[in-house]
Every structure is written in C-alpha cells, then in structure tokens.
Design a binder for this molecule. Sequence first.
Ligand code: HEC
Ligand code: HEC
Length: 372
Amino acid sequence: MKLLNIFSVLIILSLLGCGPNEKIAYKWPIPKDYPKPQVPKDNPMSEAKIELGRFLFYDKNLSANQTQNCATCHQQEKAFSEPLTVSIGSTGQSHRRNSLALVNIAYNKTLTWAHPSLDSIERQLLLPMFGENPVEMGITGYEDEVLSRFNTDKYKVMFEAAFNDNDINFDKINKALASFVRRLISFNSPFDRYAYQLQDNALSASQVRGMDLFFSERLECHHCHGGFNFTQSTTHEKQLLDRRPFHNTGLYNIDGKGSYPLTDIGLNEITLEQRDMGAFRAPTLRNIALTAPYMHDGSIQTLDGVVAHYAAGGRATKQLDINSEFKENMYKSPFVKGFELTDKEKSDLIAFLNALTDESFVSDPKLSNPFN
Ligand code: HEC
Ligand code: HEC
C-alpha cells in the first residue's frame, strides 16, 4: 500500500513536469538550425532546476557576508558581464580578470579566460562560490551558515520540485546554478535573423559590409571567433574535434621577449609551456557591444579600441628589448598580423559587431531577477 502511494505520487509529479528529470526530455530554447549543447549525465536539464538556479543566482544569501550574488558580476543587461575593468569580490578583494559574459556557455569547450582542462560548469562554479584567492562569494568557512539561510519553506518546495527531495546541500545548489547558466542561450540577434532565418533586411548595408570584413582573410577575425557561437571554443553534440582555442593577441610585450604582466600570463601559468605565454581563450563575440570593457584584464574600453589593437597587429607588438632594439612578440598568433582600414570600413566592422546584440536575451523575464 505504502509503496503504491509513492509510486502514484511519482507518476503525478512527472505528469506535472517536475518528476525524475531523466524521464522528461528538456526542450532547449534553441532554433532548429543550431546544435544542442551536451549536458553531464548526472545533471540533466529541467525547468524546475533552472528556476531554482535562477533564484540562487540572484540571491545574496549565497555569499557569506550577504553582499553579493552571481548577478553582481554577471548582470543581465550587460549580457551577464559587468562594466568594471576587473571584478571585485564580496570582501572587497580585486580579481585580476574582467568578468566573462555568460552567453551560450553551455557550448564552451573550456571555461574561464585561460584554462585548458576546466571543462565542466559544475566544477567551474566552485571557484566563485568557494574560492579563496581571490574571494568572490566567500563561502569557505561559512558553509553551515550559508546553507541554513536556504532552509525556508519557499526554497524547500523548489528543491523538492528540482530534485525530488527537499534536502538542501551544496551539490544541489551547484547543479541548479549550472542548469541556470546553461539556459543562458542567445540566438536572436539581427545577425541570426539574417543568416539563419534568411531575413535579408535584418542587417543594414553597412553591417553586411562589416560582416564580409569580419570573415575576410585580410582581417582573420573568423579564424578565432568563428562558427555559430563566434568562438573557436565550442563543443556540441555533433562535434568531436578537439581544438585548443587559446591565442596570444599581442596585448603585451613587456620586455621585448613577449612577456605578459606577472599578474596574468594566461595559459602559460597552468601548462608551464613557454609557447602558451599570454595565450587566452577567444571569447564569443555574441552581445559584444554590451560587455565593455574588453579583454581578460578589461584593458581596452571600447570596440573602437579593440579594432585599433588588431589593426596594429597587437597593440604591444613591438617593444624595445634590453639592447634597445625593437622586437616582435614571438608568442603572438600569426593570425594577428595587422591591417589597414578606411574610416568607413572601420565603422562597418563595428556596425557588424553591434548586429550580434540579442535584445530579447538581455530583457527576457525568465532570466531576470525573481526577487524584483
Ligand atoms: C566577484 C565577481 C564574480 C562573482 C560574484 C561571480 N563571478 Fe563568475 N566570473 C567572474 C570572473 C572575473 C570570471 C572570469 C574568471 C577567470 O577567467 O579566471 C567569471 C567566470 C565565470 C564563468 C565562466 C564563463 C566562461 O565563459 O568560461 C561562469 C560560468 C561563471 N563565472 C558563473 C558564475 C556564477 C554562477 C556565480 C555565482 C555562484 C558567479 N559566476 C559569481 C566574476 C564573478
Ligand atoms: C588569433 C586569434 C584571434 C584573432 C585573429 C582575432 N581574435 Fe579577437 N580575441 C582573441 C583572443 C584570444 C581574445 C582574448 C585576448 C585577451 O584577453 O588577452 C580576443 C578578444 C577579442 C575581443 C574582446 C572580447 C571580450 O569579451 O572582452 C573582441 C571584441 C575581439 N577579440 C574581436 C576581434 C575582431 C573584430 C577580430 C578581427 C579584426 C579579432 N578579434 C581577431 C583571439 C583572436
């Protein structure tokens, strides 16, 4: 009798769409021409988990001193990035890096600006939550206190709906947050309407000229920011190829030997391989007009500045070495070779980058702060 009851509850729950997640195929909000992302087997997507993740993402109770939530550094109107040069954690500590926009990161081959093997969103999220250098949410040492704040009737109902039991722990918090950030899907820019929905008038003439420049061999932008997600760092269900999408763009060349500032030498710090000096991941350019300042350290303020950097073949390509000779940055990618643009071409290229903004994404109430 008791067994039967549990059984019928489960059936009713799954009919309501909040039952065991494996049994209900999640419907991605993705137009049919785009591939679907891969999801870890032990954390399948479900609407209930995404909704719980949204509450957690916007809840300041998740930081030890209750001053920050994920959205402090990942703001929806900025395509889930923030306008600071580098982020500042909940205890006031500066991060050395510029906050990454959270746009289609479900497809990212690797996470963060420069890590070759950090390929799970669940693992990456441990950094802002528990990291101590720098402190972001600062949960380490305050685990019990932070968890106890979620022991409310409302959260219990949401944990139950998402996981079929209302026990509250960090594994579930992590999984729900990961599901929410996977749901940050953006495929509705004027470019998408032009390229995939074949609406010829979705782009202006200037944007079409800019698009041709972007994909030209002269500028080479598409070489590193290619594919449907405008980043080489893409993985999805139809792709098996493994390419490491890290490059040095000639942002620094401190000593004429290609060195980057010691605070951040990029991939080299982790691989210890000299050839990885100054190599960072080429991020997606979707919604790029909203995510200033730019680059891993936020050192370029505008898209104009970014284009000038590439036109110069890397803003710090040539530097005096100790013998006062100008030396090229030997680690710089050969695809950052410099080019000349007329003023008109430059504004066309920037007009195209502006066509990658998805207004519906940054105003979607399903992704916004549920406490407002
Ligand atoms: C203090 C500011 C700050 C807070 C708070 C913060 N982040 Fe971040 N986030 C960053 C920065 C900076 C990076 C880039 C880190 C790096 O490259 O080392 C980043 C990177 C990420 C990435 C990797 C994106 C990619 O494309 O690789 C994800 C995912 C992410 N954050 C999600 C979250 C979530 C979820 C939370 C809340 C639990 C959160 N962040 C809290 C600043 C923050
Ligand atoms: C060799 C590969 C490569 C090429 C070619 C390239 N990029 Fe990049 N791009 C990168 C990398 C890597 C970064 C991050 C560099 C860093 O932070 O040190 C980046 C960063 C950017 C950013 C800032 C992204 C952000 O979120 O802050 C923009 C905008 C950009 N590139 C646009 C372009 C345009 C436009 C072109 C063509 C003129 C271009 N890129 C060519 C690899 C490349």
